[in-house]
Design a protein around this ligand. Structure first.
Ligand code: AKB
Length: 319
């Protein structure tokens, strides 16, 4: 058994992924890496700029790495502010990992895609695996280009690269950074601290979302799936829960009756409106038995339960 490297380990998904992988494979087998130091001491952490191919190669050699989870990326809202830099970073980290796979330094690579690969002409409800894809954000363009490249590398070189199209991910351990779906995490922190949230998306904006434990399960399951069964060589649609800011606020009010919400949509509204409302994940179900577990209420309850430990005891939390 060799070792696993997680790149972007301090990010929203990276944090939970490292914890889950360490629980499964023991802490010393899972090396966490990021461009920034972690907030808590970690004996198995290495500082790494994943745009530096030789630095990545050195870690792969030094730690006898077999599998890599490449979680470093500039997300949709941030990327719109720095288009050229976001494109450069998102593509550079992917190409470095693809080339190192081709050169035989990585046996199995996970690279996340996103619902951002879809665009305004994509059917928005129950969006199929194969459909119109006309992303109009820098992030979406980089993810769609990335999908084409991983399929190319899978088909032309002897590499094993696996991927899912994440919807918006909701979690309590680490805040997301710079995404359009971030409102669905911020709302919980504001609800517990201030009993009020101003949403940057309009009340009826429905988006595909997923609770972190489901996202982690999807990520590890696809990496463990039998390669022969994986028909999709670019990235699998995976579905979770679809809801609007208004529906999420109502679900939170079941437990925090004095919570209120108002709406001040900003530039992220246009991004959200170019994305699907719900996702069809029939291929993932068929090929590697994917199915999400958390519905809206289970997710809200679990989020409030975990976050209420972080904030002062809540009198009005009806859990
Ligand atoms: C974002 O909002 O940019 C991400 C995503 C859907 O990929 N959460």
């Amino acid at each position: 058994m060799k070792n696993i490297l997680v790149i972007g380990a301090n990010g929203q998904i990276g944090t939970d992924l490292v914890a889950a992988l360490r629980q499964k494979y023991t802490p010393q087998r899972v090396i966490a890496s990021d461009i920034k130091e972690p907030t808590r001491f970690d004996a198995h952490f290495k500082l790494l700029d994943a745009t530096d191919k030789e630095a990545v190669r050195q870690i792969l050699i030094d730690f006898d790495i077999d599998e890599v989870y490449l979680m470093a990326a500039i997300l949709s809202a941030s990327a719109e502010k720095i288009p050229d830099k976001a494109w450069e970073i998102n593509m550079k980290v992917l190409f470095n990992a693809l080339e190192l796979s081709k050169e035989g330094f990585i046996n199995k690579l996970f690279w996340p895609s996103s619902i951002a690969v879809f665009g305004p002409h994509t059917p928005r409800i129950d969006t199929p695996q194969y459909t119109v894809m006309d992303p109009n954000t820098v992030y979406g363009i980089s993810k769609l280009a990335g999908e084409r490249w991983i399929e190319y590398y899978n088909n032309h070189y002897d590499v094993d690269v696996r991927s899912v199209r994440y919807p918006g991910i909701i979690s309590w351990k680490t805040l997301p950074g710079g995404g359009t779906t971030d409102y669905a995490v911020e709302i919980f922190h504001e609800a517990l601290q201030n009993r009020h949230y101003t949403s940057f998306l309009a009340p009826h904006t429905r988006l595909p979302m997923m609770y972190m434990p489901d996202a982690i399960e999807a990520t590890i399951n696809i990496m463990e799936a039998d390669k022969e069964k994986l028909r999709i060589k670019n990235s699998y649609n995976i579905a979770g829960i679809s809801f609007t800011p208004e529906e999420l606020a109502t679900a939170i009010q079941q437990y925090l009756p004095d919570f209120s919400i108002d709406y001040q949509p900003d530039f992220r509204q246009a991004i959200a409106e170019s994305w699907p409302e719900s996702i069809n994940d029939a291929y993932a179900f068929k090929d590697w038995h994917w199915h999400h577990k958390y519905d809206l209420d289970a997710m809200v309850r679990d989020m409030l339960q975990n976050l209420s430990n972080k904030y002062p005891k809540e009198e009005s939390l009806l859990l």
